[in-house]
Design a protein around this ligand. Structure first.
Ligand code: SF4
Length: 375
């Protein structure tokens, strides 16, 4: 009997492990009921490559333009020891920061390995956590760590951990614009979730070193460009609910034993049949292994998971693929064929479907009249 880590490693096979990051961990909460995604992510399987191998290619999730814009804005806000950021923290957030020290944790004496950076981060942040003075301290690029699927996952944040009045605050710098005080809701939600992943990881770190997790604030500071300029604006957001969602999802990922145990002992999603990676594994074999792990497709998967096209294809013809709200509006019927049959009168309704059929036929008659009128 293998332990969970060994089974997940066998599932990945000869493939290089794809590390999760705050963005992918945050995306896990978009569909918490999906076991397939939990298993694939815990195993470190590259879902983009797997999707391509079975003929369901998803576009890259972030454009190069957005990445470059984000990098440039971050560099601007952090220039000269975070001068712009400090002005924002002082003025907009009404923090009285007389003196601020600044530590860049991007390398440790020229060593940029995640493990070395993580050790250095732990050392500095736990030391700062025990200091009682009220002075501000900025830690740029802290390297955080979570254990997922038995492997350490390093979170390389583009953020700053800011210690003020005995508490750490996560500062996230994002490149989407706030125009007339409004930012795109989806972008804000994604930023909040990512910041929540960092809050959770920092809390795990301080807790494992004997501090109360409350020294990491559940309020995060989000910095974005204002209007159509590069002038930064900052807001404080409480991400308590997101932190709880992230924690619940990561706990679920520690309990994958029973799901993995139901898979055939030799199950693998390795795209290659040989260790030299010369002989591709047949797509049908990969698909049939994937189907042994229960999925829970919802339309939101299209924006959050690289397996979405495959999972959607499995649900073709099912009203579940249209989302819970549409399904409910279609009287909870399970298949699209059943809905169409009842609406068009080509299917005789069962006794308990008479009212559903009446409503669907009414909707269908409106549709026909509308389209006929338009024609
Ligand atoms: S796309 Fe598939 S694997 Fe990904 S979350 Fe949705 S149902 Fe799960």
């Amino acid at each position: 009997m293998h332990d969970l880590k060994t089974r997940l490693d066998m599932l990945r096979g000869s493939e290089k492990r794809k590390n999760l990051n705050a963005r992918s961990i945050a995306a896990l909460t978009a569909n918490p009921g999906c076991r397939r995604r939990s298993v694939l992510d815990a195993a470190g399987i590259d879902k983009q490559l797997l999707g391509s191998a079975i003929g369901f290619v998803m576009p890259a999730d972030q454009s190069q333009f957005a990445l470059s814009r984000g990098t440039a804005f971050e560099a601007q806000v952090k220039a000269n020891g975070c001068a712009q950021l400090l002005t924002l923290l002082r003025e907009k957030l009404e923090l009285e920061l007389a003196e601020v020290s600044y530590d860049d944790l991007e390398t440790v004496g020229g060593n940029a390995s995640p493990a070395a950076r993580h050790r250095h981060t732990v050392q500095l942040l736990t030391q700062a956590g025990s200091l009682v003075d009220e002075g501000g301290t900025l830690f740029d690029h802290p390297m955080l760590e979570l254990t997922i699927g038995g492997h350490p996952v390093h979170l390389e944040p583009d953020l700053i951990a800011f210690r003020f009045a005995g508490k750490f605050y996560i500062v996230e710098i994002k490149s989407f614009a706030v125009v007339d005080g409004q930012a795109p809701a989806a972008s804000v939600a994604a930023a909040e979730l990512q910041a929540a992943v960092y809050v959770h990881a920092m809390r795990e770190m301080v807790r494992s070193h004997g501090f109360s997790e409350q020294i990491v604030a559940s309020e995060v500071v989000l910095v974005c460009p204002q209007d159509f300029s590069n002038r930064p604006v900052a807001v404080k957001i409480d991400v308590t609910n997101h932190v709880n969602a992230v924690r619940r999802q990561l706990k679920r990922m520690q309990r994958l034993d029973s799901i993995v145990a139901m898979m055939p002992a030799d199950a693998t999603l390795d795209r290659w049949s040989d260790p030299r990676q010369l002989d591709p594994r047949p797509a049908e074999e990969l698909k049939s292994t994937l189907r042994t792990i229960e999925a829970h497709y919802v339309p939101q998967c299209l924006g959050a998971c690289e397996m979405a096209k495959f999972c959607r294809s499995e649900e073709r013809g099912s009203t579940a693929a249209l989302g819970r709200q549409v399904r409910e509006e279609l009287c909870g019927l399970e298949s699209v064929a059943e809905v169409v049959g009842l609406a068009t009168g080509t299917r005789i309704p069962a006794e308990d479907q008479a009212e559903h059929a009446r409503l669907l036929q009414l909707a269908y008659s409106y549709r026909t009249a509308f389209l006929g009128g338009a024609a």
